[in-house]
Every structure is written in structure tokens, then in C-alpha cells.
Design a protein around this ligand. Structure first.
Ligand SMILES: *[C@@H]1O[C@H](CO)[C@@H](O)[C@H](O)[C@H]1NC(C)=O
Ligand SMILES: *[C@@H]1O[C@H](CO)[C@@H](O)[C@H](O)[C@H]1NC(C)=O
Ligand SMILES: *[C@@H]1O[C@H](CO)[C@@H](O)[C@H](O)[C@H]1NC(C)=O
Ligand SMILES: *[C@@H]1O[C@H](CO)[C@@H](O)[C@H](O)[C@H]1NC(C)=O
Ligand code: SF4
Length: 334
């Protein structure tokens, strides 16, 4: 009897999924339907200023512009009204403007009530007191680190020799304050052979993102008008895969090869415009101060599918649920 019911149910499901394939498809990836683009997750590169000189930088200090705090808030509110749930503050180096940064993260959490607020930084200017004051408004802090060997860091152009020590301090502060700690690594010609397993296990980030070094013609392509030439840093897809394979024991690792990266980020620049990063370029949309979000999104050439494909949607708010980190957290006695 029960079995019969089950079989009937099964048949109904099969038949209806055939008849209403769209309905089932939509349910499966849970994201809004295809017609409307939703700026679910936005990366706000509010400054291009950075004293750092990574040889492969793909968001170079071409301007020193900083939007007024009120304009920035206006646009963030507009985006939240259109469905933004996650904001990431990036640069340049966001901690060059700590007051500005503090006001915006508080605004995003308190007024806009975004699910996730995060910052990407090189870490050098982060103070423990900033994190203590703002721990309730910050879900994730991501620090860039390409090597645990300072001489490699110097070759890459990152650092003064103190980078790794500072990184360790920050990861500990985050663990204590319940801010999720994330690590970003750009895999390039100088670190591609490094074995970082011991160091990563010790630091225990909840997520470790590994990017394949990326060339954008007008940013780091080395041509006229660019501030960087990243061509010496390039690695092959296979070299990137080998790096990932070497670290596949790290449960928190998230590889990001070039083919995934290019068009899956929604980037808001220092003039409050989206950047269209297709064709190895960055073409700005109109400013979100001037046009509706929907229109700017169309101009941005943003690929919602690619965003989902690179698992841009994940566990992104604050509850400390370390995936690869939890059991190692006790070892953080340093
Ligand atoms: C660090 O890198 C340099 C070359 O860049 C190398 O000579 C040295 O052995 C490395 N140190 C360690 C501890 O791996
Ligand atoms: C990080 O960025 C700051 C500010 O842009 C800079 O002063 C510092 O040298 C950079 N690098 C390191 C390793 O801290
Ligand atoms: C990174 O790991 C290596 C190998 O275990 C170790 O020798 C080195 O001290 C570690 N570096 C840091 C900064 O933890
Ligand atoms: C994005 O820029 C490329 C050229 O770089 C252009 O071909 C494409 O049409 C742009 N996309 C949109 C939606 O404007
Ligand atoms: S990659 Fe980031 S940290 Fe390095 S120079 Fe560019 S903006 Fe600065």
C-alpha cells in the first residue's frame, strides 16, 4: 500500500518535472529567475590608492578619487533595494581610509541590514582596536598573502618583511572576536611551487581563495597607459592545477582559475560605476548616482551564471563555523 503510494508519487514527480521543466530548474538553483538580474553580491573598490606594489596588481592606482560618504551611502542603499545581500569592500587598500570604511560597514550592517559585510586588505594597517570596535558589523575579513617566505613576498612586490607576522596576529584577533578569517592567494610564477599546507593549517582560515594570476590589458598588461606589467607572473593552467592539487587536503581551499574569474565579479568602482570586465578590459557603466541599478547592470556585462558557477554564494555571515579551521583553532597559541 505504502509502496504503491510511493510509486504513484514518484511517477507524478517525473511527469510534472517533464511538463514544467522551468519550474523545477528554477527551484534547483534557488536564485531569482533568469529575466531579472539581481546584484546579490557587490565588490566596492572605493579607492584605488595603495602603497603596496604587487607586480600583478589588476586594480591599479590610476585615480585618487574617493566618492563622498553620502554618495556612497546613497548608492549602497539603491543596491540593497534591488536585492544586494552581500558587500565586500576592496581597493586599493581600504584601511588607508579607516574612518570612511568604518562608517560604511556600520551603515551596511545597521541601516541596510545586509547579510554579509566583508573587507579585503593586505593587513598592514589593521589595528586590533578597529576590529574590537567593529566586530558586530563585520562578518568576514580577508587578507592577501601569496607566500609564507618573505623573500618570495619581496620578489612579488608585497611587503616589507613583516607581512606574515602581521597576518598571524590578525587571524588570531579574528578568531577571538568571532570574525570569519579568510585568506586570498594569487598563484603566480614565484609562488607556484610553494607548499603552504603547514602554514595554512596553522592559520586555519574558514576559506582560502586561490586565484590564478590574471592579465587585464589596460591595468597590468604592460602596454602604454598601464601602471603594471604582470606578464612575468603568468602561469599556465596546468601549473595552477598543480598548486591546487598540492593543497587539496585543505578543506577550505577554493580555486579560482582565470576562466571563472573574468566576468563573475560585480565590481563597483570609486566613481560608483559598475565595471564591465569582458574582453580583458574594464569599461565603466554610467554612475549609479545617475541611472537605475537595472540599467547599470545591463551595461556591466555581468554574468550571473558565472557568479553562481564559482560558488559566489556560500555561507557568508558571521557565525563562527570554521570549516577547515575549527579543530586547529586551539593551536593558535601564537
Ligand atoms: C625562500 O625563497 C628563497 C628564494 O626565493 C629560497 O632560496 C629559500 O630557500 C626559501 N626559504 C624557505 C624557508 O623555503
Ligand atoms: C599594504 O598596504 C599599505 C597601504 O597601502 C602599505 O603601506 C604596505 O606597505 C602594504 N604592504 C604590506 C606588506 O604591508
Ligand atoms: C610555514 O611553514 C613552514 C614549514 O612548516 C615553517 O618552517 C615556517 O616557520 C612557517 N611559517 C610561518 C610564518 O608560520
Ligand atoms: C562589455 O564590454 C565589451 C567590450 O569590452 C563589449 O563588447 C560588451 O558589449 C560590453 N557589454 C555590455 C553589456 O555592454
Ligand atoms: S593587488 Fe591589491 S594590494 Fe597589490 S597593489 Fe594592487 S590594489 Fe594594492
Amino acid at each position: 500500500m505504502f509502496l504503491k503510494l510511493l510509486i504513484t508519487l514518484f511517477i507524478i514527480v517525473i511527469v510534472s518535472s517533464y511538463v514544467y521543466p522551468k519550474h523545477f530548474k528554477r527551484k534547483k538553483n534557488k536564485i531569482q529567475c533568469n529575466t531579472k538580474r539581481v546584484p546579490l553580491s557587490v565588490n566596492f573598490h572605493f579607492t584605488r590608492q595603495c602603497n603596496y606594489e604587487c607586480g600583478f596588481c589588476f586594480h591599479t592606482a590610476k585615480t585618487s578619487h574617493l566618492s563622498s560618504i553620502n554618495d556612497a551611502k546613497l548608492v549602497l542603499k539603491k543596491l540593497a533595494n534591488e536585492g544586494m545581500k552581500k558587500i565586500n569592500f576592496a581597493g586599493g587598500e581600504p584601511f588607508l581610509y579607516p574612518k570612511y570604511l568604518e562608517e560604511l560597514i556600520r551603515f551596511c550592517k545597521q541601516e541596510l541590514m545586509l547579510e554579509s559585510v566583508s573587507i579585503v586588505s593586505n593587513g598592514s594597517k589593521i589595528k586590533q582596536t578597529f576590529l574590537q570596535r567593529n566586530k558586530d558589523y563585520l562578518d568576514i575579513l580577508a587578507i592577501s598573502c601569496d607566500s609564507f617566505n618573505e623573500s618570495t613576498n619581496k620578489k612579488i612586490g608585497r611587503g616589507t618583511g613583516q607581512h606574515v607576522a602581521k597576518l598571524c596576529d590578525i587571524s588570531q584577533w579574528c578568531h577571538e572576536l568571532g570574525i570569519k578569517f579568510k585568506l586570498n592567494t594569487v598563484v603566480n610564477a614565484y609562488n607556484k611551487l610553494e607548499d603552504m599546507n603547514d602554514n595554512i593549517s596553522k592559520i586555519a582560515p574558514f576559506r582560502w581563495k586561490c586565484f590564478q594570476v590574471l592579465i587585464l590589458e589596460n591595468e597590468n598588461g604592460g602596454g602604454e597607459g598601464t601602471l603594471r606589467d604582470a606578464r612575468e607572473f603568468i602561469i599556465t593552467d596546468q601549473e595552477f592545477e598543480e598548486f591546487i592539487k598540492r593543497h587539496s587536503g585543505q578543506a577550505c581551499i577554493v580555486p579560482e582559475p582565470n576562466n571563472l574569474m573574468k566576468n563573475s565579479y560585480l565590481i563597483l568602482d570609486e566613481y560608483l560605476r559598475f565595471l564591465n570586465c569582458t574582453n580583458n578590459d574594464k569599461t565603466p557603466s554610467e554612475s549609479l548616482l545617475d541611472v537605475p541599478v537595472e540599467k547599470a547592470l545591463m551595461q556591466a556585462g555581468w554574468d550571473q551564471e558565472a557568479f553562481i558557477g564559482r560558488s559566489g554564494i556560500y555561507d557568508w555571515s558571521r557565525q563562527p563555523s570554521n570549516i577547515c579551521g575549527s579543530n586547529q583553532a586551539k593551536e593558535l597559541a601564537w
